[in-house]
Design a protein around this ligand. Sequence first.
Ligand code: DOR
Length: 445
Amino acid sequence: MSARLTAVTPLGTIAIRGGTVVDSAGSRRADVVVGDGRVTAVGPDTDGGPAAHRTLDASGCIVAPGLVDLHVHLRQPGREDAETIDTGARGAALGGFTAVVAMPNTDPPMDCAAVVREVQELGATACCDVYPSAAITVGRRGSELAPMAELARLGVRVFTDDGDGVQDAQVMRRALEYAGGLDHLAGGGRVVLAQHCEVAELSAGGHMHEGAWSSRLGLGGQPSEAEELMVMRDIALARLTGSRVHFQHLSTAGSVAMVRAAKEAGLPVTAEATPHHFTLTDASCAGYDTVFKVHPPLRTDDDVVAIRAGLADGTIDAIATDHAPHTSTDKERPFDSAPPGMLGLETALGLALTELDLPVEQVLALMSWQPAALVSIDDSHGGPIVPGAPANLCVIDPQATWTVSGAAMASPSRNTPYEGRTLRGRVRHTLLAGEPVVIDGEPQR
Ligand code: DOR
């Protein structure tokens, strides 16, 4: 999965002045100069060289590697009324992301070379690097393996049936065994199988977390165990096959505990969690507002505490948004028939900085270099900001406060559950291959 190394439009030299560079190597006061798609100089009071064409103000800001989102739904092909690769990538850039992994539950699904190529081509001119994942099984139907080797050769590094879990343990075992033999196609990286953990029989008929609130509201519930049984099974399959399993959008305290124990036992597992699962609970569904309907569902206070603890102690490797745009028409349906999902790209960083009691370095590790390494794109994204590195960067004002507005977002969809909420921490500029795609919070194309 190679990223672009040159900007879509030709650029001169750009100097990012007055900020504090924060990357995996630590934190230091430094200006950053970029040119020809790469970082050319880093240091205190770098003058940008005689040919500096432009200066971006970073005073009071953090200059960081661009953020990396392992989990977005860009809806193209198939539901361009809800999102396109173009609008989704613009929202990503506004949120500080320079790379996203696009989920395969498009229509048609990303389970074959033609659709993966289409997404790659559409992504080539987008405001961030778009890495298509591909389905584990044909049609995401859970029975026959997709042509994983062919897709890995095209650059796919993440396979998932996201939207659904692979229900059949034997199919998942075979997929893990097969994926384990594909790393040689990954150009020094590796192929990752990512699982949406949900046992369909247990979650069937459920529209929110099963608990006191679902009883009170008279809505069918999805028990925590629907997720936890598959986490348990796939930890066992990781042990059996020796292949890596990445757990998507963990939502329960029990899941976090099992992943923690699996990691302590040295098993090859990784995990992500979403901002909504560390900021919202099932109580949000009290007004039957479908903007709070999501899979896996919003859980309890105890689960939120456990997700936060998992992020803090390294059990969870990455914050991923599960950005899931849906049109207003679709979301206006009754709670039990509206589609699940929430916008996430433009609010993720602000939520992490506002709500998590973590140092900014740790938030950036969870949102940039750890996810980049997890899917082997760390040669292009998330790496230390040093001369020669690809200039995929974001400049964050950690003190800026702002109010969330769905109407102001890049997506044609409006389904943010954070409407009207004030967040602290905002992206000021985003650079993709040296091109400023966001300046002063405004998209440039
Ligand atoms: O809430 C969700 N929405 N969860 C999923 O797994 C799929 C996603 C979507 O595609 O809308």
